[in-house]
Write a protein that binds this ligand. Sequence first.
Ligand code: IPM
Ligand code: MN
Length: 355
Amino acid sequence: MKKSIAILRGDGVGPEVVDVAIKVLDVISEKYGHTFEYRPALMGGIAIDTVGDPLPEETIEICKVCDAVLLGAIGDPKFDNNPSATVRPEQGLLKLRKTLGLFANVRPVKLYAALKHLSPLKEEKLVGVDMVIYRELTGGIYFGKKEKSEDSASDLCLYTRKEIIRISRLAFTEASRRRHKLCLVDKANVLESSRLWREVVQTMSKDFPEVDVSYLFVDNAAMQLILNPSQFDVILTSNMFGDILSDEASILGGSIGLLPSASFGTSHRLYEPVHGSYPQAAGKDIANPVATVLSVAMMLRDFGLTEEADALEAAVGFCIDCGITTEDINPDNPNKCSEVGTAICNVLIGEKLLT
Ligand code: IPM
Ligand code: MN
């Protein structure tokens, strides 16, 4: 198989974790006889610093013609701490999502048995935790009209029926492939937009009689994720609630450094770790590359390369079981980011973990 992949290394630890992911892809291509063509492009703070634009036109063009986009992370504190900054790395990511029509963001949350001790929750609460968050990604408060005057500012949360239907259909379909449970998270007791989500989901549930639908207000959902996380199978939610809940859900397994994600629409696909650019760790070779490597596994699965994706996920699991992990997981005796990458590659090739 021949595939082209746009590579957006981004900011902070982005370049390091993406370089590990590329090494892994090289090993997969060699072992299984595929050709992956990498097309690097600039996005985020690095693009602002280099060409003054967080998402240069050239990057959009490269992403559009490639079969998939692999993104590291974007963000830099020098912009965060400056409320009057007019260009920000995040604008690049948001514009890319919108331009490529990536309306669905899928964030699976799985736990590794060997890492249970790292979870802030008691072990008995973790039994059976296996959920996936379907976050709407190109609408809602992130993209509504923004206004600012001297003494006030506003961000509009607008959803159209069409936007809700297309993500909901994907979430229902996923629920019917999984454990047949879908939970819509909203704030329908307060927000009109949430009431439209409820209406759409209630209507659609008639087309998916095998799916058991529940509804939670987001404040309660935030609590339930900690109190009883195994109740969730598919969580369906809007852009901002999904952003917040996926960070919350990511720590159930002990580290946000483990969670992959895929974003897609009708014609493009982007894969990125859930974690951010972790600027304090940039250049130190200490970031956890697993979330990015698992994002690559999601990419391979979407390419139809099931055996390759399974092998990669198994290799990651094996390294975790063997204790080859970065300092977020093993602060006393950590491996470097690049070493974890080497170990995953070696498992794939069938060699010793670290040579
Ligand atoms: C995420 C990130 C982004 C978001 C930021 C970087 C704009 O937090 O992908 O979860 O809020 O969507
Ligand atoms: Mn986020």
